[in-house]
Design a protein. Structure first.
Length: 129
């Protein structure tokens, strides 16, 4: 069985893979809904990595806010990510089935920057754990 740290690092690696796919997608003009999905998945996996590093079970969810609700009591500084991450949950489910919800390039680029900052912040915690 994997240790909590190994599970957290695996999730962080998978998050990095999602973020890299999103970057490749933006560079090569992939459909923005698909790029946004990978950005959202990177955020979810990084939040779950932080919970796993603390031996906390995390729900099987794409809901970024629900994950932040579990994280903020332990790491109050992550509250600053709540507002910029709130729209990402729709990238996982709703947008996948309704083209009217597709994000603009500007929205996707802003989400990418936010998730990069999130990855950096979580990465610092994981490296010090």
């Amino acid at each position: 069985m994997k240790s909590n740290r190994d599970l957290a690092l695996d999730l962080a690696t998978k998050a990095d893979h999602d973020l890299r796919m999103a970057e490749i997608g933006l560079t090569h003009r992939a459909p923005l809904d698909t790029v946004a999905f990978h950005i959202q998945q990177a955020a979810v996996k990084m939040l779950k990595a932080l919970l796993a590093s603390r031996a906390m079970e995390y729900p099987r969810t794409h809901d970024v806010e629900a994950l932040l609700d579990l994280i903020v009591p332990l790491y109050p500084e992550f509250e600053s990510f709540r507002e910029p991450l709130l729209g990402l949950s729709s990238y996982a489910v709703d947008m996948r089935y309704d083209t009217e919800l597709d994000p603009s390039r500007e929205e996707v680029e802003a989400a990418m920057q936010t998730v990069r900052r999130l990855c950096e912040a979580v990465g610092k915690w994981l490296s010090s754990a």
